[in-house]
Design a protein around this ligand. Structure first.
Ligand code: ZN
Length: 458
């Protein structure tokens, strides 16, 4: 079945979930937009009916932290935007917010232009954060181009020498410039001195095997950097978003800043909610090489409790599609590319381990995966909402089937998943992107290049 489009599409008999409520209703889509929600909606002769009996009807998932076709300057993932967004679509993701990297010698406008060119093959819609790596004093004016381009968030790093790391002075200067323009900085927080010292000590001791990876980047490195970034944001009078919080203490620092009146948001990821550092002592530690690394076994429940309590704004994946061959090319953690594939399993895992396990309500699930990322990143209510007039990005999720995550069933190039063998409850029955069914009953039905760039406004 190829991706058919129809003037109208009726999703019938399902339970709609919004951040506020769950209720039984039909959802009528006309063209690319949601037209109406209710009972007994008019069905024209050419209306295509999607049966959602017994299913949840959710706003399409927004994965707001992905690295499709990643080039770090050192490592490259072998996927492209078609492969990457196809996997996303099969998992119920209808929008990604990915990154445009500023490579040395490039302007910000050139960085965005090059990335938009690559992303033309996307199956689903996409927005871009911009990784600013080379903007010396005097060039801050270039940030205004990002407002015009609709790429209104700036990624900064406190670690990764030599290519990404920004010192405090640079971060403060760029945050101040962002604040003037209304751009939202998002920051990877790990204290570079702590990470470097710990890594060098392990290397000096000859402890470079994968199982030592977790010890090379201590939790304290993350927590120190979160604290410092929050202070720098306060000094710059800038809002800030903290990416991939891996410990409860990091989130607690964000909560404290928020309680003090700062405009701060944060995210965590399925890997930090579901996995812990005991896997580094297991038979396949290479599966779990990522930055920040997995943490102590008591952290996942601590994070879930904070997510449950509303302290975490959104769950995103930090998806990177490095292959098994790349991950296992050497057994030296310092030479193994960091990052895990995750987009396709985001919804089933968060539903199973969040909702079924009792941490989250269905409205909270929709908040964390759709509405909140849309709000934080300036996509709402065009994206992330089941409202008349919103883009018709919808997932039909059947909560009945029981399954197990297996790499062979996923659509990545990776050839592995860090969640191999994990039980999941339910599966995506259909993914609808701007009114078009692009995945249904186990079959991808989208086409290359139908995805669109979503420009964001301040
Ligand atoms: Zn990332």
């Amino acid at each position: 079945m190829k991706g058919y489009s129809s003037a109208t599409l009726l999703i019938r008999g399902g339970t709609l979930v919004t951040p506020e409520d769950t209720f039984e209703a039909d959802l009528l889509i006309q063209g690319e937009r949601i037209k109406a929600i209710g009972h007994g909606l008019p069905v024209a002769r050419d209306t295509v009916v999607v049966d959602a009996e017994g299913c949840y009807v959710l706003p399409g998932v927004i994965d707001a932290h992905t690295h499709i076709a990643l080039d770090t300057g050192i490592y490259q993932t072998p996927d492209d935007w078609f492969v990457g967004t196809r996997a996303a679509a099969c998992g119920g993701v209808t929008t990604v917010v990915d990154f445009a990297t500023q490579f040395p010698g490039r302007t910000l406008r050139e960085a965005v232009g090059a990335r938009l060119e690559e992303a033309r093959e996307a199956v689903i819609d996409y927005a871009l954060h911009v990784m600013v790596t080379d903007l010396p004093p005097g060039r801050e004016g270039e940030l205004a181009d990002l407002v015009e381009l609709g790429t209104t968030s700036v990624k900064l790093y406190t670690t990764y020498r030599p290519n990404y790391c920004a010192d405090d002075a640079t971060i403060l200067r760029l945050m101040s410039a962002c604040a003037d323009l209304g751009l939202l900085p998002l920051v990877h927080c790990e204290n570079d001195a702590l990470v470097t010292a710990q890594t060098e000590a392990l290397v000096a001791a000859g402890e470079t095997g994968w199982r030592h990876h977790g010890r090379s980047r201590p939790a304290l490195a993350e927590q120190e950097a979160v604290q410092r970034i929050l202070f720098l944001a306060e000094a710059a009078n800038s809002p800030v978003h903290i990416v991939h919080c891996s410990t409860g203490r990091s989130v607690a620092l964000v909560v404290e800043a928020r309680d003090n009146g700062q405009a701060v948001s944060c995210e965590t990821c399925p890997q930090y909610l579901l996995l812990d550092n005991t896997v580094y002592e297991g038979p396949e530690p290479w599966r779990y090489i990522l930055q920040p690394p997995l943490r102590d076994p008591d952290e996942p429940d601590r994070l879930w409790a904070l997510v449950e309590g509303g302290a975490v704004d959104l769950i995103a994946t930090d998806h990177c599609d490095y292959t098994l061959a790349q991950k296992t090319a050497t057994d030296d953690f310092t030479q193994t590319p960091g990052g895990l594939p995750g987009m396709e399993t985001l919804l089933p895992l968060t539903y199973t381990y969040g909702v079924v396990e009792g941490w989250l309500t269905l409205p909270q699930l929709v908040g964390l995966l759709s509405a909140n990322p849309a709000r934080v990143w300036g996509l709402w209510p065009r994206k992330g909402a089941l409202l008349p007039g919103s883009d018709a990005d919808v997932v039909v999720y059947d909560p009945q089937p029981e399954g197990v995550i297996r790499a062979e069933d996923l659509h990545y190039l990776a050839g592995y998943t860090p969640y191999e063998g994990l039980r999941v409850q339910g599966r995506v029955r259909a993914t609808i992107s701007r009114g078009q069914v692009i995945y249904r009953e186990g079959r991808f039905a989208g086409c290359k290049g139908r995805g669109r760039f979503v420009a964001r406004r301040i």
